[in-house]
Design a protein around this ligand. Structure first.
Ligand code: 5RP
Length: 231
């Protein structure tokens, strides 16, 4: 989590992340997302657990697992609790229809599984993530064995997929599932639902970062105000 002196700190992240924690109630099974915005949610839920809030949580990454353990949140698994009451997660871009791109932290496969297991899926983000049209390269998790084939299938769909590397001299970013991450540039995405369906049909592609199942978005601005957008 970016502290207030860090260059990546944005007051909107803190405000949105904390406000969404109020949605969590006694008895809930909660999905915990990944990233710097959700880190505020996890910390806030942890505070409420210390005050007596009785919940169980399912994490979406090693990062959120470590934060949840540090915050004292009791954890469970999807195998034990396949239906979650709520999942709260961050975003890289969101449009007015609440279509969202996720996967900036290469955690989108588990994030999608958790979001689709939840009865209610909430996004927390600062205002810079809200755009009229989705246009950032879409994070794609691929089996290393199949990455060339996936790049070709994405080219056939009109995109250009590059392997994500931590720096130019480093090898590929490896996901928590042991796979490669690609970023697939399609320019402005006119129809996220259609592209999502086409990408899901690519052989060797484990999961992509287009989410069309968001129920509500908590957007925080630089003054710490939070607007809630609903489907
Ligand atoms: C990780 C994600 C993150 O939720 C997304 O990248 C937003 O991160 P942050 O809150 O740090 O801006 O999808 O895979």
């Amino acid at each position: 989590m970016a502290d207030r002196s860090s260059p990546s700190y944005h007051p909107g992240k803190e405000a949105a992340g904390k406000k969404a924690a109020d949605l969590v109630e006694d008895g809930m099974i909660v999905g915990l997302g990944t990233g710097s915005t959700t880190a505020y949610t996890i910390k806030e839920i942890g505070k409420r657990v210390k005050e007596g809030l009785d919940i169980l949580a399912v994490v979406t990454s090693y990062q959120s697992e470590m934060l949840a353990i540090e915050a004292g949140i009791p954890l469970t698994s999807l195998a034990e609790h396949p239906v979650l009451d709520i999942a709260i997660d961050g975003a890289d871009q969101v449009n007015p229809n609440l279509d969202t791109i996720k996967g900036g932290g290469a955690a989108h496969t588990r994030e999608k599984i958790v979001s689709l297991s939840a009865k209610r899926f909430i996004i927390v983000a600062d205002e810079s993530k809200y755009v009229e049209e989705l246009e950032m390269p879409i994070p794609i998790e691929v089996l290393p064995y199949a990455y060339k084939l996936v790049q070709k299938q994405i080219a056939d769909l009109g995109g250009k997929a590059e392997i994500r590397a931590a720096s130019r001299k480093d090898g590929p970013v490896i996901s928590d599932n042991g796979n490669f991450t690609l970023d697939a540039d399609f320019g402005k995405i006119k129809n996220p639902e259609e592209l999502s369906t086409s990408l899901s049909k690519c052989a060797g592609l484990v999961e992509h970062g287009i989410f069309t199942n968001v129920d509500e978005v908590y957007i925080g601005d630089k003054d710490g105000n939070v607007k809630v957008l609903k489907k």
